[in-house]
Design a binder for this molecule. Structure first.
Ligand code: NAD
Ligand code: WQD
Length: 333
């Protein structure tokens, strides 16, 4: 199938493009390169032997999107494009709402006019909010505490409303837990600019000697070792989940929210230890105050993904650390 991948040069998008090519699909990437580089296209070619079609454009540019749909008979869309930094979204909410929401509205409008009504959307476990008990299940109440999270929740609602209005739409809302790691080739991975907000790239930079010390945000949570517990998922497992979601969307109309996680929780200190083991390098850390807005534990109930998609994660924490470290070394980060 011809699949338009918005945000396809980004972290999760690039890994999904690799899996699409390897499964015989034809991905077409649209990305404005606001948080990625077109150099990743060469890396995708090295891994798969094929260079995907690429349009440098913003999804809010309606004419550019119309041109893409005119030039390509797109069967379905996997929609990653968006801004994703929680803290930044509190500082510049209008940019987040405009980029994520206006961008998706324009995308869906162009899709509708082109007669393409199948979309897999990047949502987030952040929609489970602060008040649910783990493991998080798709039918639990949703809520958010920051503009980034609200864009995901609002877009889940908008895409669901679209399905109610027109039964020809197929929408899969994928709620990702914490994607980390890199492709096993070490050629593509995550390379945030500046000081990382997320734990995994922070640990990797301490191990590489780029940053001096990890601050562990709180060791007095109600968790086995007192540090925050999350459901880390290998980005390649996540990418493969998108292909299963695509098959599901092609075969089923309507909207469905589905968790993509591993159902296993790992604490901050457990991840530090696993990274040390995989890299052979000591990771300096100190205990710091809790980070506002953090919850103690977050991990997925994955039964729905197993049932509807026939998908479950294969990689463990050690693989995620090993592949993430290999990427750092291969790319001289
Ligand atoms: P990323 O920043 O690496 O990829 C997003 C891509 O979208 C980037 O290449 C960026 O240049 C592009 N982009 C942003 N706005 C655009 C626009 N208006 N037009 C065209 N391109 C645009 O992020 P990622 O980690 O790969 O995340 C992909 C999606 O998954 C995002 O929607 C994110 O919110 C969601 N998500 C990510 C995580 C995570 O922890 N990485 C967790 C849950 C959900
Ligand atoms: C993980 C754990 C921290 C950094 C975020 C977004 C979420 C989703 C994924 C997009 C927590 C601790 C972290 C550090 C630390 N993104 N930590 N020191 O907060 O679970 O999720 O990314 O949708 O919406 O909120 O991920 O990697 O920031 O934190 O101790 O320097 O590591 O307190 O327990 P989080 P994270």
């Amino acid at each position: 199938m011809k699949i338009l991948v918005t945000g396809g040069t980004g972290f999760i998008g690039s890994h999904t493009v690799v899996e699409l090519i390897e499964a015989g699909h034809e991905p077409i990437i649209v990305d404005n390169l606001s948080n990625s580089s077109d150099k990743v296209l060469d890396d995708i070619q090295t891994i798969t032997g094929k260079k995907p079609v690429f349009y440098k454009a913003d999804i809010r540019d309606k004419a550019a999107l119309e041109k893409i749909f005119k030039e390509n008979a797109v069967d379905a869309v996997i929609h990653f494009a968006g801004l994703k930094a929680v803290g930044e979204s509190v500082q510049i909410p209008l940019e987040y709402y405009h980029n994520n929401i206006t961008g998706t509205l324009i995308l869906c409008d162009v899709m509708r006019k082109a007669g393409c009504k199948t979309i897999v959307f990047s949502s987030s476990a952040t929609v489970y909010g602060m008040n649910n008990a783990v493991p998080f299940k798709e039918d639990m109440p949703t809520s958010c505490t920051n503009p980034y999270g609200w864009t995901k929740l609002m877009l889940e609602q908008i895409l669901t409303d679209l399905c109610v209005s027109d039964p020809e739409w197929s929408v899969v809302l994928l709620r990702y837990f914490n994607p980390i790691g890199a492709h096993e080739s070490g050629l593509i991975g995550e390379n945030p600019s500046g000081i990382p907000n997320n734990l995994f790239p922070y640990i990797a930079r301490v191990a590489a000697g780029i940053l001096p010390c990890l601050s562990v945000f709180g060791n007095d949570y109600d968790t086995p070792d007192g540090t925050g517990v999350r459901d880390y998922i290998h980005v390649v497992d996540l990418a493969q989940g998108h292909l299963k979601a695509l098959d599901y969307a092609v075969a089923n109309k309507g909207a469905e929210a589905i968790n993509l996680g591993t159902s296993r929780g790992t604490s901050v200190l457990e991840l530090v230890t696993a990274f040390e083991k995989a890299s052979g390098v000591k990771v300096n850390y100190k205990i710091a105050p809790r980070r506002p807005g953090d919850i103690a534990s977050c991990y997925a109930d994955t039964e729905k993904a197993e049932k509807l998609l026939g998908w479950s994660a294969k990689y463990g924490i050690e693989d995620m650390c090993r592949h993430g470290w290999a990427y750092m070394n291969k790319k001289n980060i």
